[in-house]
Design a protein around this ligand. Structure first.
Ligand code: FES
Length: 103
């Protein structure tokens, strides 16, 4: 396995969003955005459920332990360009943080 500095998990489960095909499309777009930035050392993984099941698709970024509500491609682009690429969290779309509960 290649060296990664971040791990991004995205839920594509059927209860996560009103339109599940949206989650699948966003997951594919996440892969395209990461691949378009070869300098990023990010591993992407699909999940079926994080047991929160609303306001999804849910995107979780580690090692920060930040949980995002990622409703559309615009939010996804901000997560990739601001958080993954520049280490600036997109605070207005964070709903939970590892170790500190909901925010
Ligand atoms: S289906 Fe996405 S968190 Fe449960």
């Amino acid at each position: 396995m290649r060296t990664h500095t971040k791990h991004v998990l995205m839920c594509t489960g059927i209860r996560c969003s009103e339109n599940n095909s949206n989650a699948t499309t966003l997951f594919e777009q996440l892969g395209q955005k990461i691949d378009a930035r070869p300098h990023l050392k990010v591993k992407r993984t699909r999940s079926n459920c994080f047991a929160v099941c609303k306001n999804g698709p849910i995107v979780v970024v580690y090692p920060e332990g930040v949980w995002y509500s990622c409703k559309d491609e615009q939010v996804l682009e901000r997560i990739v360009s601001e958080h993954l690429e520049q280490d600036n969290e997109v605070s207005e779309h964070i709903f939970h943080r590892l170790g500190s509960g909901d925010v």
